[in-house]
Ligand binder design. Structure first.
Ligand code: ZN
Length: 244
């Protein structure tokens, strides 16, 4: 599946489980044309057989686990999942099930995975500017903590940078009114035409929650190795996956 980045989060003390994550790009799948090649979304017009084959490639490159996939809708809802499949109507999944992979898809929005320090609770989140305003990151963390997660860490996948994401002024105003001032300061650059740094906002939101984040570098709109909706319109979706 040729991940653009992958890693392992070791437990902080004996008895915990390691958590593995991988961020995919365009490389390593069987889709063609606009979806070449590792498109992971079934709703974008790609051949369903190719999408299924791409998920098989992701699974076999990711420990052979079953995969639960977010079919995101730019809201703030969280599902607790214990089986593979496509989950619609939510933008975050939380699981306590070892051997199940969670996958958040994106093509400019910010995909995030989270895990607690002992490898007992994981989450995958899809967050665009609407999700940031809707508090999806905080909602996912709340559900994780309700399931006992302590010492949560996050990995933020590649997304569009602020330079490539000019927006209507109204969108900036909406976001500013919806988030903590610290998040707004990180997400809304000053001294330039209206634009949004969603990834910066996500990292600031995580920091407010006491959660350190590492960010996979690279702008989706600038790198041909990544899918970008804003750049290409008709395109596929990459993902970030997490399992324990
Ligand atoms: Zn950019």
């Amino acid at each position: 599946m040729n991940p653009v980045a992958e890693g392992r989060l070791d437990p902080s003390s004996p008895g915990g489980r390691p958590v593995f994550w991988a961020a995919t790009g365009r490389s390593g799948g069987v889709s063609t044309g606009s979806f070449a090649s590792l498109n992971l979304a079934g709703h974008v017009g790609d051949d369903p057989d190719c999408v299924a084959a791409n998920f098989s490639a992701l699974s076999s490159g990711f420990g052979g686990v079953g995969l639960a996939v977010l079919d995101a809708c730019h809201g703030g809802e969280v599902a607790v999942v214990s089986a593979g499949g496509v989950y619609s109507g939510v933008d975050a999944m939380v699981s306590v099930t070892p051997g199940l992979g969670l996958v958040a898809l994106a093509a400019d929005c910010v995909p995030v995975v989270l895990a607690d320090r002992q490898g007992t609770v994981i989450a995958a989140v899809h967050c665009g500017w609407k999700g940031l305003g809707a508090g999806v990151v905080s909602a996912a963390v709340s559900v994780m903590r309700a399931h006992g997660a302590r010492g949560i860490r996050a990995v933020v996948g590649p997304s569009i940078c602020a330079s490539c994401y000019p927006v209507p002024l109204e969108r900036v105003s909406l976001l500013r009114s919806a988030v903590h001032p610290v998040v707004a300061a990180a997400a809304i650059p000053t001294g330039v035409s209206p634009r949004i740094n969603v990834s910066g906002g996500v990292v600031a939101q995580l920091s407010l929650l006491g959660i350190p984040a590492s960010v996979v570098p690279g702008c989706t709109a600038e790198l041909d190795s990544l899918f970008s909706y804003r750049r290409d319109g008709v395109t596929g979706r990459q993902g970030i996956a997490v399992r324990m």
